[in-house]
Write a protein that binds this ligand. Structure first.
Ligand SMILES: [Zn+2]
Ligand SMILES: [Zn+2]
Length: 333
């Protein structure tokens, strides 16, 4: 038997004892080493994001291969990270190559059992291998990083561009590092003093406390504006921070059904593109490689490390303001 943190129903997340899953053909069973608590887990707990309870949460995790099903040649003991999004390959969006829009995606930790557990079983095709020397907490950041790589791809950030990042959570701080590496001059906008300070250590050229301050600093606007906060205030402000012909990429997740306002006249007369970046199509391998190479600063993103027994309580309460990522270590520190 093993322990798992399961969403039993909306607003009901519990640590339960359950059987260790058996890897079927093509599956890998991993002993989970690190699994991040994401805003999505809190949205799932509150019923603000579609899911299929009862389900074991946890879609950002790394672990050691413990067992494999038939047809899998991953050596036991290999460190892997899981790409939780499983494209069917046959639905209409998949056939157009838009695998992140798969009609049949049942993501690991959302639509099927995930990583807040002693062991997790998923298709081996979703496993990405890392050197054994990699910090498992860094490896567990591969999924959010892969989403940020997709976002910066969509933003088409080029050397010499100006980019504004709205929101200083893990997504904003990873997008910031990617934009800096792409050669952009980057502004981080967040109310948090500590996150602005961290953003400067990651290479932010300027920081601002609010969208109004950001507009005062760069009145002509930025080529790319990445909305990484997932709140109405910054979604509404984002187009106004883009330059003429600039683009906005919505990365943050707002609750389903929550509406905001746009000014179509302004979008039209300044031809501002409003795009979105959903999940991680074909970007998990790039994320995994960047983590293996150590080309990003990831330690400062891990705010605290907690045991599996504490995870349910943390998921069911709002994140402390200064927290970036809480990591659950099911196998102990
Ligand atoms: Zn996540
Ligand atoms: Zn599909």
């Amino acid at each position: 038997m093993m322990q798992a943190v399961r969403l039993l129903a909306t607003r009901d997340v519990q640590l339960v004892t359950c059987p260790v899953p058996e890897p079927g053909p093509g599956d890998v069973l991993v002993r989970v080493l690190a699994v991040g608590i994401c805003g999505t887990d809190r949205h799932l707990h509150l019923g603000e994001f579609p899911s299929r309870p009862p389900v074991t949460l946890g879609h950002e995790f790394s672990g050691i291969v413990e067992a494999t099903g038939s047809g899998v040649d991953l050596p036991l003991g290999t460190l892997v990270t899981c790409d939780p999004n499983i494209a069917c390959g046959t639905c209409e969006p998949c056939r157009r190559g838009r695998v992140n829009l798969c009609l049949n995606n049942r993501p690991v930790g959302v639509g099927r059992d995930g990583g807040f557990a002693t062991f997790s079983c998923f298709p081996a095709s979703q496993a990405h291998v890392l050197p054994g020397s990699t910090d498992p907490c860094h490896a567990a950041l591969a999924e959010p990083l892969s989403c940020c790589i997709h976002a910066t791809d969509r933003a088409d950030i080029r050397p010499g561009d100006r980019a504004v990042i709205l929101g200083g959570g893990v997504i904003g701080l990873l997008c910031l590092q990617l934009a800096v590496q792409a050669g952009a001059e980057v502004m981080m906008v967040t109310r948090s003093d500590s996150k602005r300070a961290l953003a400067r250590t990651f290479g932010a050229a300027v920081t601002a406390q609010s969208a109004a301050d950001a507009h005062a600093i760069w009145p002509e606007g930025a080529t790319a504006v990445l909305e990484c906060a997932g709140v109405a205030e910054t979604v509404i402000a984002a187009p106004g921070l883009a330059c003429r012909g600039g683009r906005v990429v919505i990365v943050g997740v707002m609750p389903q059904g929550r509406l905001t306002t746009v000014d179509p006249f302004d979008l039209l007369f300044r031809e501002v593109d409003v795009l979105t970046a959903f999940l991680n199509p074909f970007t998990q391998a790039r994320a995994t490689r960047m983590i293996a190479e150590g080309s990003l600063s990831l330690d400062p993103l891990v705010s605290r490390r907690i045991p599996l027994t504490a995870a349910a309580a943390v998921i069911s309460t709002p994140a402390p303001a200064a927290e970036i990522r809480a990591m659950v270590l099911p196998a102990g520190a």
